[in-house]
Design a protein around this ligand. Sequence first.
Ligand code: SIN
Length: 451
Amino acid sequence: MTGSTGEADPGARSDAPGTTEGPAQETAGGTAPLRAPAPGWRIDADVVVVGSGVAGLTAALRCAAAGLSTVVVTKARLDEGSTRWAQGGIAAALGEGDTPAQHLDDTLVAGAGLCDEEAVRTLVTEGPAAVRRLITTGARFDTDAGTGEIELTREGGHHRRRIAHAGGDATGAEISRALVEAVRDVRTSIRTVENALVLDLLKGADGAAAGVTLHVMGEGQHDGVGAVHAPAVVLATGGMGQVFSATTNPNVSTGDGVALALRAGAEISDLEFVQFHPTVLYLGADAQGQQPLISEAVRGEGAHLVDADGVRFMVGRHELAELAPRDIVAKAIMRRAAEQGAEPGTEHMYLDARHFGAEMWETRFPTILEACRSHGFDPVTGLLPVAPAAHYASGGVRTDLYGRTTVPGLYACGEVACTGVHGANRLASNSLLEGLVFSERIADHIAGQPG
Ligand code: SIN
């Protein structure tokens, strides 16, 4: 790997991103770079990671551990991506009697025949060790008080208890905390640039990635448009749920990584496979933006979906009933609501978990309990109105098993990537695992490149 002064070929800069004025134009390779002033500041590194969720920070930590000078740029603060909103957990064959082969089968079934089997095999085989490394990094998962073993729950599409969780229903927040702390640890010497919206990919004369341009908004060491020059660029920008009127995704999930990759001429695939989470708290027909998620783990622990007459409409529709894959449950909710006369836009059903009792709600699902109560619903005493909302982009920037995109030097991992593991429909809690496994593979691949 080269030193920390990698530079894009000046000959390629006449139309390089960030240097053009004027409206973006259609070109043979896609859409031209964004209109922006020339970069006013510059950082040089071996690797620039764009995004600071589980995928981005795992890639950065592993690159830094391999001795690569690493910069993380992120659109808001380090802990503001989608990862910290993940509730249910992280799926891996960790439990007694469970195997990667069973995890593979469940993933392929949920993916509706459109998964890349080799990618899924990689995910489920390397997953358990990747989770253990995450624990070594500092993430604390919930454990059984008696045995000390990691507690595992179930979610839709899983035939076994296979989901590790933390803080009850705050798994993403705990993973984010552990990774942010590790990155901020002075020993990792990772440079970070927060509040930096990525603009475009810089390319060298050979067409390979050479860095990114950014616009820093807000306070920080840098201001305005700048550039990080690096021969390896890792996109880990998350999803695009905010494109939809109602979503579980935070404000930052606006598809920036896919847009950058398209402008850079990278192959994108399966963008039509947007997963709708079946049980998001229904706050009315006009509710917009990020909505409160009611984790599938609530159904995994025994909550029932009922219609307006109190009937469990998933029973008899699928062998897993309420724990059928998400696309099936989401469609069943919409159909049943229509059958019961709901006006378009007002379709919702109800989640009944009153039988959990107050203590279980308070200890196992404290985050969800608080969110429901803050909107005037108490799941201890009443039903929760729930409806599907946009949740996860299964497609994205096409990659191979090392996270390589079709643009040399440009890698992608996490929700922005399309590794092929999700097919048409992601299996619950496979996304944190995908972020971990493939970001590690990317870091190892970059570190193994000749200098
Ligand atoms: C959930 O907790 O239901 C969401 C987990 C996921 O999307 O994998």
